[in-house]
Design a protein around this ligand. Structure first.
Ligand code: GDP
Ligand code: IMO
Ligand code: MG
Length: 423
């Protein structure tokens, strides 16, 4: 199993980091392939809880080299703050490699994110305001500045100054804030110097590791239905979280990938705007949010709760070529009398054949549910599949039957070892 991908199958926060941390034990490299500090990846090791935004979730193992791949957009102040916090807690980050081809985020990206959101008014995306979309837009416009550019300090400074001056004109025209150009140039000159030792040719590094038969784990951020192409556009992020994005975002080829693990919560959550067929607006939703502590790691926003949606999950199996599913946060449903699972959509009295290609329709469909009996006991101590309550097994078997791939891991708590791994 040399190259594994971990991908979110819903709208993010499925518990990807917890599963990556678990799998990282048997891997030599963990590489992030897209997104930026919009991600909030929580790893719990014993009593210690870490919230990561840019540093790959394999960093807690001394034998793992964490890599920020070329598909990631990197906010340097956040990266260094994260490194400093981790190191102050005894987690060494000196092994970290940042792709020379990864694009950098600058203050004007955040300014554009804010202007774009406020101009959309009620139709806003509900972004994390981290400048992710504008940074990827600059990459596509071919005016981005990349990590490798810091290698030549004089040129890097000039690139930052030129872009800052050009962006100032655009921001002024849009009625946005004034950039302090010389302060930005000086700050980024210092940040660039600090980045230098981390900048690497990660593409050849990953291929060389494959040649040595090492195991690589590719870490997705966000999720399938936040994908810029396949998600609920325009209420998406600006990258390709789907497994296909792992190739573009690391430089590995499709044939290198052998295992693709889709992470799904036993229910669903979504942060920000956009359609959500199985959304729960009442007390049951509040119960999920309370027990599951469903508040964003990055922005603190309340996550919108809903039932598990197997129409979406089946589509995620297709889009990502999933070889297996990890079902997380099963324990959050411990006290529910009934556990509902969406197994189909109806539109205008007719059943849809599958996930619709128009996100507008997703806002109009009526979900069809199967009601399962709850198990009404704690599953947190369970480590063997056979010890799970029959009702919980019924949920897992329904998932497998409906989407056609096995559920190989079941999360029963936030900690590293709180997981049922099926052999
Ligand atoms: P990610 O963005 O997909 O990595 O997920 P987040 O870290 O944003 O959110 C998942 C949250 O659920 C974190 O607080 C995790 O510690 C927690 N978590 C992950 N798996 C489980 C699980 O199986 N049970 C419980 N109770 N919590 C979990
Ligand atoms: P992880 O990796 C949940 C959502 C935002 C917004 C939309 C676009 O922790 O699962 P952006 O700032 O990316 O332009 O915002 O995407 N979003 C996430 N939601 N988990 C995330 O990351 C997210 N990253 C972005 O809330 O709706
Ligand atoms: Mg998260």
């Amino acid at each position: 199993m040399p190259v594994s991908v971990v991908v979110g199958t819903q709208w993010g926060d499925e518990g990807k980091a917890k599963i990556i941390d678990l799998l990282a034990e048997s891997h030599q490299i963990v590489a992030r392939y897209q997104g930026g500090h919009n991600a909030g990846h929580t790893v719990v090791v014993g009593k210690e809880k870490y919230a990561l935004q840019l540093v790959p979730s394999g960093v807690f193992y001394a034998h793992v080299t964490p890599v920020i791949g070329n598909g990631v957009v990197v906010d340097l102040p956040t990266l260094f703050k994260e490194i400093d916090t981790l190191e102050s807690r005894g987690v060494t980050c000196s092994r970290l490699k940042v792709s020379s081809l990864a694009h950098l985020i600058f203050p004007w990206h955040q300014a554009h994110d804010a202007i774009s959101e406020s101009s959309l008014g009620e139709n806003k995306i509900g972004t994390t305001l981290k400048g992710i979309g504008p940074a990827y837009a600059d990459k596509s416009r071919r005016v981005g500045i990349r990590a490798g550019d810091v290698r030549d300090a004089t040129r890097f400074k000039q690139l930052v100054r030129d872009r800052a001056v050009a962006e100032q004109k655009i921001l002024t025209a849009l009625g946005g804030e004034n950039l302090n150009v010389s302060e930005i140039v000086d700050n980024f000159a210092a940040l660039g110097e600090r980045l230098k030792p981390y900048v690497s040719d990660t593409v050849n590094f990953l291929h060389d590791a494959l040649d040595r038969d090492e195991n690589l784990l590719l870490e997705g951020a966000q999720a399938t239905f936040l994908d810029i192409d396949h998600g609920t556009y325009p209420f998406v992020t600006s990258s390709n979280p789907i497994a296909g994005g792992a190739c573009a975002g690391t430089g590995l080829g499709p044939r290198d990938i052998t295992r693709i693990v889709g992470i799904a919560k036993a229910y669903t959550t979504r942060v920000g705007s956009g359609p959500f067929p199985s959304e729960l607006l009442g007390e049951l939703g509040d119960k999920i949010v309370d027990i599951g502590r469903e508040f964003g790691t990055v922005t603190g926003r309340r996550r919108r709760p809903g039932w598990l949606d197997l129409v979406m999950l089946r589509h995620a199996v297709r889009l990502n070529s999933l070889t297996e599913i990890a079902l997380t946060k099963l324990d959050i449903l411990d006290t529910f009398t009934t556990v509902r699972v969406c197994v189909g959509y109806e539109l205008n009295g007719k059943e849809l054949a599958g996930y619709p290609d128009d996100p507008q329709l997703l806002g109009q469909v009526i979900p069809k549910y199967v009601d399962l009996k709850g198990w009404n006991k704690s599953v947190s101590a369970v480590r063997n599949y056979s010890d799970l309550p029959e009702q919980a097994k019924a949920l897992i078997e329904l998932v497998e039957k409906h989407v056609g791939v096995p559920v190989t891991m079941i999360g029963v708590g936030p900690e590293r070892n709180e997981c049922v791994v099926r052999k």
